[in-house]
Ligand binder design. Structure first.
Ligand SMILES: Nc1ncnc2c1ncn2[C@@H]1O[C@H](COP(=O)(O)OP(=O)(O)O)[C@@H](O)[C@H]1O
Ligand SMILES: [Mg+2]
Length: 307
């Protein structure tokens, strides 16, 4: 006879992560364990797909088709080919009935800042004016229109390689040309000037805003990511913030996400959505462990295959 703990659901959940020490991955593991769910880490660099008679998908010897759910903390990446491969595998697993959190379509939409801007606009969520182009001439026109523009890598994260470009500056024109030369395209967003630069990171799980923090840019800086030295402070949840953050989450199709917003003279505006966000900053600032809500969501919604 097999002994089963009273709270065991026989759910098997893989947490996809490349750094096992990652705070959010560890917190997810603890939150699943607390629910009696068998959760474990997999690193997608060990992925194998084979098509020989049938299709099989394994990672470090684990048959992925035997899982109930996969929670993506980070897919890991080296180049365009393996990112495409990893997404295709997630897509295949989803088609075969494995719950993928966040859904691969949501991760892809949030990772691509142009796709996010479009989704936000389509959903009627306030977002700064944006121009994306491969043309130096059009890029110059957009900077002229915006007066000050923020250039961001299309697949950027953690505030990396973000550049402020000012209309009329020869140096910035040369920078713009460099970006187009090296990346092939430029994503430009209207710069939102603030006296004391800060943004708001709101954390949404299953349509509920669990908390929000201000991220205050270091003195003399305007990029406020925690990874760039930003400081977290509690941010009150207003009706406007809750409405925009939940709409932004649903616009990209994310079960859980971090929504970044800026304050303007005419209310809040959403600058981006992160579908593989860290839960560490919000835990340290507010004591809110978002992984508990993620585990509850999976517990309630993803037990598809009884064993
Ligand atoms: N349009 C903007 N106007 C002013 N500051 C911005 C703007 N866009 C981004 N920033 C600043 O840069 C940071 C990083 O931008 P974001 O779009 O969130 O990209 P990332 O994916 O790198 O976090 C933001 O947290 C904010 O501090
Ligand atoms: Mg951001």
């Amino acid at each position: 006879m097999i002994y089963l703990p009273a709270n065991s659901l026989f759910m098997r959940v893989a947490i996809i992560v490349s750094d096992h020490k990652d705070w959010t991955a560890q917190a997810l593991l603890a939150s699943f364990s607390a629910k009696g769910i068998d959760a474990f880490f997999l690193n997608f660099s060990d992925l194998l797909a084979s098509i020989a008679g049938g299709q099989s998908f394994s990672c470090a010897g684990v048959d992925l088709l035997n899982l109930d759910a996969i929670v993506v903390r980070d897919l890991g990446r080296r180049g365009a080919s393996d990112v495409a491969f990893r997404f295709e595998v997630l897509q295949a697993l989803q088609e075969k009935g494995i719950a993928i959190i966040n859904p691969p379509q949501a991760i892809a939409r949030a990772a691509n800042k142009f796709a996010t801007s479009r989704a936000l606009h389509d959903a009627g969520v306030a977002t700064p004016r944006t121009a994306v182009t491969t043309s130096v001439k059009e890029a110059g026109r957009a900077v002229h229109d915006f007066k000050k523009a923020v250039s961001k890598p299309l697949f950027g994260y953690k505030g990396k390689d973000i550049v402020l470009l000012q209309d009329g500056s020869d140096l910035d024109q040369a920078r713009l040309e460099d970006i187009l030369e090296s990346q092939g395209l430029v994503y430009l967003q209207e710069f939102i000037a603030l006296d004391s630069p800060r943004d708001i990171r709101a954390f949404v799980v299953d349509g509920i805003v669990l908390g929000a923090i201000y991220r205050l840019a270091p003195p003399g800086q305007w990029i406020s990511n925690l990874a760039r030295g930003g400081r977290a402070a509690a941010c009150p949840l207003t009706k406007e913030l809750v409405e925009l953050a939940t709409k932004a989450a649903s616009a990209v199709g994310a079960v859980y996400c971090g929504v970044d917003l800026l304050e303007t003279g005419r209310g809040l505006t959403v600058i981006e959505v992160n579908a593989t966000p860290s839960g560490k900053g919000i835990f340290e600032a507010l004591g809110v462990d978002v992984t508990v809500a993620i585990a509850s969501y999976v517990h309630q919604n993803c037990y598809l295959r009884g064993r």
